[in-house]
Design a binder for this molecule. Sequence first.
Ligand SMILES: Cc1cc2nc3c(=O)[nH]c(=O)nc-3n(C[C@H](O)[C@H](O)[C@H](O)COP(=O)(O)OP(=O)(O)OC[C@H]3O[C@@H](n4cnc5c(N)ncnc54)[C@H](O)[C@@H]3O)c2cc1C
Length: 406
Amino acid sequence: MERADVIILGGGLVGLTLAIALDQYGLSSIVIDPADPSATLARGFDGRASAVSITSWRMLETIGVGAHLEGKGCPIGSIRVNEGLAPGGLSFEPDADEGPLGIMFENRQLREALRQSVLAAPNVTLMMPARPAHSERTAGGVEVRLQDGRTVSGALLIGAEGRQSPTRDAAGIRLARWSYDHTAMISTVNHAHPHGNIAYEIFYPAGPFAILPLLPAEDGLNRSAIVWTVKGSEAPAMLGLPERAYAAEIEKRMGGFLGQVTLCSPRSSYPLGFHHAAKITAERLALVGDAAHGIHPIAGQGLNLGFRDAAALVEVLVEGARIGLDAGDAQLLARYERWRSLDTMMVAASTDGLTRLFGIPGRTASLVRRIGLGAVARIAPLKQRFMDEARGQSGELPRLLRGVAV
Ligand SMILES: Cc1cc2nc3c(=O)[nH]c(=O)nc-3n(C[C@H](O)[C@H](O)[C@H](O)COP(=O)(O)OP(=O)(O)OC[C@H]3O[C@@H](n4cnc5c(N)ncnc54)[C@H](O)[C@@H]3O)c2cc1C
């Protein structure tokens, strides 16, 4: 029977990052995921792009993943937030010496970079595709039986299986969950005018519309990722539009400031919801990433929260190992629980509040939002706080997110 310090169920963006970071400190892991990498790395599997905050980027660099991503990300120099196409709004522009607010990567690039790193990591055993059939946690350790009959064991089980985490549900961890009746329609577009490294968040009554800067592809054309949120019931009709009509709708919502728009990727869509696990640990179990929490992509923070989970868990486990504690030790899990619960709750609550604030129709609500945006613009510390949030610099940061070895 193969044995490792931790068994990670789920080799998505967060699960693999965790395995690679643990490997750097000599902690071994077995990653089990039923998905076939030839499918998940194919073009068109995940057409999304993610805003990776500067602190998350520091971690990716520190654990060696950054080397595979060098030159592939588009820095976000500033963020503009607007209520529809009305004049005014809010612009977050850091000083030149502060560096970018985040970096846009295509999810496919992130997946490829993580896979290259994980295959080179001596302390990671990747079982993918492989489907877990049964897992058991006892005071002495954890054991996972795979559907193909193999069994693996370790000191700690990690649930990194995304939103529908069966491990979380089997552990009886309660979940606060609601749906936003929003669907995010994702596409990538070419446009006539350069984006100038600006990310735009434009709030329409039907939902937020985000334009996120990407580097040009091989053809050298200006390129951005579009996250267009509409009411769930309206999505099928919009997604059914012919490509040119869909591009024209995007151009209209951009107010024409990036010039003519053409689609350069297939469209995809995601129903949006919120969920928050009441606990993220149990006996010899820790949850990370979307298994623990899922938020509206309005502020592009979901993956960054998952990276923060990974960074905190690595720090706790590595420090524990140094004083001779095994990875499933209850004190270590309690520290992880305390560390992460406040941060995830704060980000979840502010993202949910933002979604609701900007989702309320009517002229009075619109006026309140404009006054709110104006106030944030005038109050420097508040504005700085929003920028720190975008950079991932709020709260007590694990060392990896400060670019410092554990
Ligand atoms: C439209 C949209 C836009 C977004 N944009 C951003 C953004 O700009 N910035 C940002 O920070 N975040 C963003 N997010 C959020 C981000 O995509 C997620 O938070 C992130 O993908 C979570 O990663 P994860 O590894 O936890 O889960 P997932 O990526 O869902 O990975 C879970 C893995 O577990 C595997 N799995 C499933 N079941 C099992 C099982 N039973 N056993 C073992 N393995 C299993 C799956 O095959 C998968 O590989 C966005 C989300 C959406 C919907």
